[in-house]
Design a protein around this ligand. Sequence first.
Ligand SMILES: Cc1ncc(COP(=O)(O)O)c(C=O)c1O
Length: 412
Amino acid sequence: MVETSENVQKIRRDFPIFSRLENGKRLVYLDSAATSQRPVQVINAVRRFYEQMNSNVHRGLYEMSEEATQAYEDARSNIASFIGAKPEELVFTRNATEALNLVAYSWGRANVREGDVIVTTEMEHHSNFLPWKLLATEKNAKLEVVKITDEGLLDEDSLDEKLKLGPKIVAFTHASNVLGTINDAKGIAKRVKDAGAICVLDGAQSVPHMPVSVKEIGCDFMAFSGHKMLGPMGIGGLYGRYELLEAMPPFLTGGEMIKEVHIGEVNWNDVPYKFEAGTPNVEGAIGLSEAVNYLRSLGMDWVRSHEKELTAYALSLMVKESSVQVYGPLDVEKRGGVISFNVDGVHAHDVAQILDTEGIAIRSGHHCAMPVMDRYGIPAAARASFYIYNDKEDVEALIKGIEKVKRVFSVE
Ligand SMILES: Cc1ncc(COP(=O)(O)O)c(C=O)c1O
């Protein structure tokens, strides 16, 4: 796909949300890192499920239920191939958070012992920090945290130092939801494997925005969320290496995840069903599969290059403002389309509120990454994030909005 704003206009027409106004102004949606918008193709796929085949899966022996089961399993295959995995290696979860907790509860509780080392980083969303902290506390294991540099990159020396401790698990994010930093997942995964640990990747901010293949990266587990990649809310996934998933005990128990249950004996279902207890989010999986089709039609290389272009443009304008502090690397080769910033002397919530009066939706706060806030000594940051439906006009609206914030607060 060619890089023109005409393309973005065409894409935008697929998203009904852009016909609404925000405070009477054109909606400038710069909060896709929190959740993306959905194209009509995804909305229609969910609607079709309810209108034409609504029934439970894997249970009914009637035509409609078989159709629903087929659609659910086709969705699994399609989404798995999008991330370079086999269908049986993709467990549907509610979101990335549940996927990461699944690994910590199941693999972690079965394999981590007293005194073992678990490594995570200072850059993590709480979803990839708290499950490990809880596991370490429960098992009397040690939680070691890789530092980040002033530029917002993972500190190589700190990583080396932690790997020398012989960890059991190393969990890190592919792309930071605050700093935008894209970590060298493949390079780090190799070092983690060489150190004898299992490698858990948080793909919540990478899978929606760039080509990602778990086989190419070589990680053992990867978590992602459907709602950040044009899919419905309440559906996400965990990729797990087959042998690991097979050896792991279940996370939740109940219907669907068993082969046989007797008072004295239980046989768990095969992977991945062993980890999908209860009625699944069938329409979510079907909607996410349609989202994957939509992203494929654009091409993930196009998605990445489009976001790089917008990010470079936004950064070039923002760094000119002496009263605006931008966090994370300035080189767009090292970062994605997430820009966190502060305006001197103005709280991030005030920045967000003033931008909203201009129809611009951004996020403000600690972004569920308080260790990152601590690292930079700030209570909060404003954050603009880009996706396929944003263009340079949106970036210019953001810059104008920041000028308004400065005027209102008399910032030099
Ligand atoms: C890097 C990262 N990891 C994990 C999550 C958690 O995603 P979810 O809330 O969909 O589980 C987020 C959400 O913002 C994120 O940005």
